[in-house]
Design a protein around this ligand. Structure first.
Ligand SMILES: Nc1ncnc2c1ncn2[C@@H]1O[C@H](COP(=O)(O)OP(=O)(O)OP(=O)(O)O)[C@@H](O)[C@H]1O
Length: 265
């Protein structure tokens, strides 16, 4: 994977919000490279700029200094029609359109193109519905009638409708019970392998981190403090890392039989 081409290249990224006395920097000279096929987990304390970094990758936040390149182009040029064909995003709560059926949620970006016949759009959405482990009978349901696990699956199908090579996940298992969370991790792992995806996810959940990550990057002190396998990162001396990986919760997750070593993931 070290030889795989870079999908994301962040160089010298500085993100400053506010003006004058109130100005503060979330990132300062942050560097990060993510290569094809990686599943990178971004971890860090509250307010360290994980979500802002995802927004940079989506081209929604503009760097104050430095550059964010996604699939060879500045992320800020991702906008418009091609965006969801390049980067898929799974938002934390699923963020489905409540007035749209499951199928219409999944088909949204394809329909927005305005170039495809309805039959093609429906077929493509049904393929994605099955890909995430749902059945055709779920297509007409409304988001309010879905379980938390089903909402995540529909949101994932929607993120993948345009077959983007890069998938961003914001807390993919937040709010799920342990067994739904395990099932969703299994699905993500299968789709990552089957579709050859590159995945970047923000997670606070150590079980999810160990189940999926090929690499972990820790955001602290306004930059990527350390990145490596979960085991390498856990060995780095820093108060956040000790709290996150070596607290009681961390030891429990690390001891789980399903805790993938990065080479197996
Ligand atoms: N548009 C904005 N304008 C001003 N400040 C912002 C803006 N977006 C984010 N921030 C600030 O930037 C900092 C980083 O926010 P961010 O949401 O990226 O943190 P995070 O690492 O995702 O935290 P958490 O784990 O709590 O979700 C916070 O202090 C936040 O208030």
């Amino acid at each position: 994977m070290a030889d795989a081409p870079p999908v994301v290249e962040v160089r010298g990224l500085t993100t400053t919000f506010g003006k004058g006395q109130a100005a503060f920097s979330v990132h300062e000279n942050l560097d990060l490279t993510v290569r094809r096929g990686e599943i990178l987990s971004l971890v860090g304390g509250s307010g360290t700029g994980k979500t802002v970094l995802l927004r940079h990758l989506l081209g929604l936040t503009v760097p104050t200094r430095g550059s964010v390149t996604v699939l060879g182009r500045p992320a800020t040029q991702l906008g418009g029609e091609g965006a969801s064909a390049r980067v898929g995003m799974l938002f934390q709560q699923g963020a489905l359109f409540s007035a749209f059926s499951v199928l219409d949620n999944i088909a949204f970006a394809l329909r927005e193109l305005g170039t495809l016949p309805e039959g093609v759009i429906t077929d493509a959405a049904l393929v994605k519905l099955r890909m995430v482990g749902l059945q055709a009978e779920h297509a007409t349901r409304m988001p309010a009638d879905l379980s938390g696990g089903m909402v995540k699956r529909v949101a994932l199908a929607r993120a993948l409708i345009m077959d983007p090579p890069l998938l961003l996940l914001d807390e993919p298992t937040a709010g799920l019970d342990p067994s739904s969370s395990d099932e969703f991790c299994t699905l993500l792992r299968e789709l990552h392998a089957a579709l050859g995806l590159t995945v970047i996810m923000v997670t606070h959940d150590l079980d999810t981190l160990y189940a999926l990550s090929t690499r972990v990057a820790v955001l602290a002190e306004r930059r990527v403090l350390v990145s490596g396998t979960p085991q390498e990162v856990a060995a780095f001396e820093h108060p956040f890392i000790e709290h996150f990986f070596l607290g009681e919760r961390g030891r429990r997750a690390m001891a789980q039989p399903g805790a993938a070593s990065p080479k197996e993931a």
